[in-house]
Design a protein around this ligand. Structure first.
Ligand code: NAD
Length: 479
């Protein structure tokens, strides 16, 4: 076991609970498949206790002043920054991404706590002019109540941080179930709040068999809202269950981001940005640039530049400074990529580099570039969630938009061009929740993050992220 890796625990009603006397599961390091720790599963009694704690803490947390809530979140953000090296090391150990990326993510989690700490103080309602001189119409924002949140393994800091900070800043209490594959990072984000003086019961963290935990919580009348980040298939199941009792929902689901590279693009510069972006976190990113539609005039040059840079990437243990890309987080992605790449090649795609698992221990996959990929190939329709770039030529804007919009996903999209007319066509025409033009930077605490179509409901971050944890109450008064 690694010394850097903490003992894994549940956190219920302000208490840390170990795996002693509970079912548990091992947590693996994807670099060599060694066991990092033993993760306790919450029993039925633990889940009930978490629910009771969150419910019991709600009234007083709701009445706690936004300033007092903000103080705790800001103190927790400072603690994250102080402990950034430790938390980032935990993340790289359990998830695999290079330490540099883990560190940036941890700091982004601190920014998220800070953002919501401030935004919670500006949770303004409004006064609406009455219909008569004596009528007074007020719109109040109230916390929705007890919330449940389910976070995935690909961004083990930022995804729990958005859910925790959004709920707490709005005055809600929360039961969080982070991913079982990456529990230590979330645990450290919960620990900073505990250390910052968060009252018992406001935030609870449980682990278990995902379907059993969500199945239990989403049936409970005390839960007013849930937030889920993960696959579209699971999101639909959870939304269907929660709809039975009309729970509010925020869903951040899968994506299959198109990237439109126009004929005026600076090919070398765009290839630099896109290789870095595509292979970040080994492509296990819901907003990863994936389907490249490149104007035919620059297509060959772009493919050559992209492939050349991809071949230079160093794949290895994320704890080593030189590694540009770590392993995949789990063996499920290895199976999926094997199947999807074989299918694309069978349908005539050209493989330029990569395409297979790397020999030896760990879940390493070669950075892969395919071009001329048939639209019917699984890879063009199913989220690859791995280090695979798919590059196809397009002739005009009508074709680029049609192909960009053809899937049921609508999370992120990107475009590279200096042509302002083209930029307007893209801004108006791409069916997406987020569009990056000449940038891949579309995720920040200040701005709403979310998708359209089957990529989800609602947003996290930005003012929208706070409002997602609020009910609207109208109060109409007269003499
Ligand atoms: P999966 O569909 O089994 O699980 C996705 C996530 O949902 C995991 O974190 C898992 O713990 C959780 N989950 C699964 N069933 C659940 C349930 N019944 N209740 C609550 N949580 C549940 O897929 P996976 O193999 O873990 O990940 C692969 C796919 O998931 C990818 O192809 C991608 O589409 C999607 N994914 C998306 C994101 C994102 O950021 N939107 C993150 C992780 C995974």
């Amino acid at each position: 076991m690694s010394h850097a890796y903490p003992q894994l625990q549940l956190f219920i009603n302000g208490q840390w609970l170990s795996s002693e006397g509970r079912k548990s599961e091992p947590v693996f390091n994807p670099v060599d498949e060694s066991v990092l720790g033993d993760l306790p599963h919450a029993s039925q009694a633990d889940l009930q206790a978490a629910l009771q704690a969150a419910n019991g803490a709600f009234e007083s947390w709701k009445r706690t002043s936004p300033l007092a809530r903000s103080d705790i979140l800001r103190k927790a953000a400072s603690l994250i920054r102080e402990r950034a090296t430790h938390i980032a090391t935990c993340m790289t150990l359990e998830q695999g991404k290079p330490l540099r990326e883990s560190r940036l993510e941890v700091l982004a989690a601190a920014d998220t706590y800070d953002w919501y700490a401030e935004e919670g103080r500006r949770n303004y309602g409004r006064l609406v002019p009455g219909k008569t001189p004596t009528q007074r119409i007020a719109v109040h924002h109230e916390p929705v109540g007890v919330c449940a949140a389910f976070a995935p393994w690909n961004f083990p800091a930022i995804t729990p941080a958005r859910k925790i900070a959004g709920a707490l800043a709005a005055g809600c209490t929360l039961i969080l179930k982070p991913a079982e594959e990456t529990p230590a990072t979330a645990q450290e984000l919960v620990r900073v709040l505990h250390d910052a003086g968060l009252p018992a019961g406001v935030l609870n963290m449980v682990f278990g068999v995902p379907a059993e935990v969500s199945g239990y919580l989403l049936d409970q009348p005390e839960i007013a809202k849930f937030s889920f980040t993960g696959s579209t298939a699971v999101g639909k199941m959870l939304a269907a269950q929660a709809a039975r009792s009309m729970k509010r929902a925020t869903l951040e689901l899968g994506g299959h981001a198109p990237v439109i590279v126009w004929k005026d693009a600076d090919v070398a510069k765009v290839a630099d940005a896109l290789v870095a972006g595509k292979f970040r976190n080994a492509g296990q990113v819901c907003i990863s640039p994936t389907r490249f539609y490149v104007h035919r005039e620059v297509f060959d040059r772009f493919v050559a530049a992209f492939v050349e840079r991809t071949r230079q990437l160093k794949v290895g243990n994320g704890l080593e400074e030189a590694s540009n890309m770590g392993p995949l987080a789990n063996p499920r992605r290895i199976e999926a990529l094997t199947r999807l790449i074989a299918d694309a090649q069978k349908r005539g795609a050209t493989l330029h580099t990569g395409g297979k698992r790397m020999p030896g221990a760990g879940f390493f996959w070669e950075p892969t570039v395919l071009s001329h990929v048939d639209e019917d190939a699984g890879l063009m329709n199913e989220e690859p969630f791995g280090p695979v770039a798919l590059i196809n030529p397009v002739d005009d804007m009508e074709e680029a938009l049609r192909r960009a919009n053809r899937l049921q996903y609508g999370l992120a999209a990107y475009a590279f061009t200096q042509d302002s007319g083209v930029r307007q066509q893209l801004a108006n025409g791409v069916q997406t929740g987020m569009l990056g033009i000449n940038t891949l930077n579309i995720s920040m605490a200040e701005a709403p993050f979310g998708g359209v179509k089957e990529s989800g409901w609602g947003s996290e971050c930005g003012i929208e992220g706070l409002q997602a944890y609020c009910n609207i109450k109208l109060v109409s008064e007269d003499q």
